[in-house]
Design a protein around this ligand. Structure first.
Ligand SMILES: Cc1cc2nc3c(=O)[nH]c(=O)nc-3n(C[C@H](O)[C@H](O)[C@H](O)COP(=O)(O)OP(=O)(O)OC[C@H]3O[C@@H](n4cnc5c(N)ncnc54)[C@H](O)[C@@H]3O)c2cc1C
Length: 377
């Protein structure tokens, strides 16, 4: 299931089989002059079906939207038959069944193909670095762009700790410690025609300057674009070296974001410090919307005697802090089994029972990913 089934250049849609890995899908679309514009950090390995099954969100989500925004229709194979959705781009014919199947994580059926909206391959890509004196002012600047425009294609902001660690590049090691007053680094990217990107960049620059930003030119943006898929490869090497590294993410409305940021950081710091392994907690604003944003945390610490139990305690503390601060248990990593109990708390028993009824109808024998997303019956 790794083919491009159809391209409709007039409607700008494409139907892709679910087993296509993202780079291959981009290659096939590029032959028709199109791109999906979906570049999550898992881009090199993840599949089209996986993107739909987990409601994935890519690094260019500010401009291209989340994967679930891109999906116009999909086909789901279930033990009870096939479900087809997506007769038209939008419809008022009852609830949107696409939304019931997107994010179903294999618990309702196997997504076999997905029809997505596609866009012309951009002629220009520009990623600029901006410095903000602190995370609060940087976050306010991102909110202004997300709410009042111009809306960049890529928009992310590292907190002070993540900025400092990012500045400690291998080629900088030995040439002195990074400046502790480095502030917070934002990457602001525009993709499109030469004229659109130039216009967007100039208009965004005016907003960012007024919000307290200082332009750093293209070098930090180029560095981000170059290394954007490489960080996860570090994890196993860190584990082998006795360090522990993990990530988690959430999202909330803008008004709750400062509380969410502080709550998750405090919970992780307290849990890991209490266990005798004080952590380094880094964070960035990874995805923005008109009404809120996603926060992505990276945690590094020593491993402790039992690394799994050690992380489980810290992760549970972070999950509780996320729900207490009004965040969602996952913005894009999905539920799986790790987040399932918190997903049940977030959604509520009645909603979860309704989803279980759907599962029972589509998968009466309970053979599809039992225990994933929903508690096993
Ligand atoms: C290093 C790393 C970085 C990541 N970065 C991001 C990121 O930036 N943004 C983001 O959104 N996510 C990210 N993720 C999470 C994940 O890769 C994505 O959510 C992706 O969509 C998963 O696709 P996959 O093909 O790898 O699915 P898998 O991981 O193989 O599967 C995920 C779940 O979906 C189910 N599933 C897979 N395919 C289908 C199908 N065809 N039909 C029904 N169910 C199916 C599986 O059974 C499983 O429950 C990251 C993960 C890793 C490991």
């Amino acid at each position: 299931m790794n083919g491009l089934l159809a391209v409709d250049p007039v409607s700008r849609t494409a139907t892709l089989q679910a087993g296509l890995r993202a780079p291959h899908a981009e290659e096939l679309l590029a032959a028709h002059g199109f791109t999906l514009g979906h570049f999550p950090q898992s881009y090199e390995w993840a599949t089209i079906g996986g993107f739909a099954a987990t409601r994935s969100s890519g690094q260019a989500s500010a401009g291209h939207g989340r994967f679930d925004d891109m999906v116009l229709g999909l086909t789901l194979a279930t033990p009870e038959g096939t479900v087809e959705t997506g007769r038209a781009p939008r419809s008022a014919a009852g609830p949107d069944l696409r939304q019931l199947l997107l994010g179903s994580e294999g618990a309702f059926g196997v997504i076999t193909s997905v029809t997505v909206r596609v866009r012309p391959v951009p002629r220009a890509r520009l990623y600029d670095g901006w410095r903000f004196p602190d995370f609060r002012r940087g976050t306010d600047a991102l909110r202004r762009l997300a709410q009042d425009g111009p809306r960049p294609t890529v928009l992310r902001l590292s907190d002070e700790t993540e900025t400092l660690v990012g500045l400690a590049q291998p080629d900088a090691i030995g040439s002195g410690a990074p400046d502790e007053n480095a502030g917070c680094l934002a990457v602001v990217g525009f993709e499109g025609t030469d004229e659109d990107t130039a216009r967007g960049r100039a208009a965004a620059a005016a907003v960012l300057r007024e919000a307290g930003g200082e332009p750093l030119g293209e070098e930090p943006g180029r560095r981000w674009a170059h290394g954007r898929y490489s960080a996860p490869y570090l994890r196993d090497a860190l584990l082998d070296a006795g360090a522990f590294a993990e990530t988690l993410e959430t999202a909330a409305f803008w008004s709750r974001l400062p509380e969410l940021y502080a709550g998750v950081r405090d919970a992780l710091t307290a849990a890991l410090t209490g266990a005798g392994t004080p952590p380094l907690v880094m964070c960035h604003v990874s995805h923005v919307y008109e009404n809120g944003a996603s926060l992505y945390f990276t945690v590094v610490s020593a491993q402790g005697d039992d690394p799994l139990a050690h992380w489980t305690r810290a992760k549970h503390a972070a999950n509780d802090a996320i729900l207490a601060a009004g965040g969602t248990i996952t913005h894009h990593h999905g539920v799986g089994t790790d987040h399932r109990d918190w997903y049940v708390r977030e959604a509520g028993d009645l909603a979860v029972d309704a989803l279980r009824a759907v599962k029972r109808r589509l998968d009466p024998a309970g053979v599809l990913n039992p225990g994933v997303l929903l508690p096993a019956d």
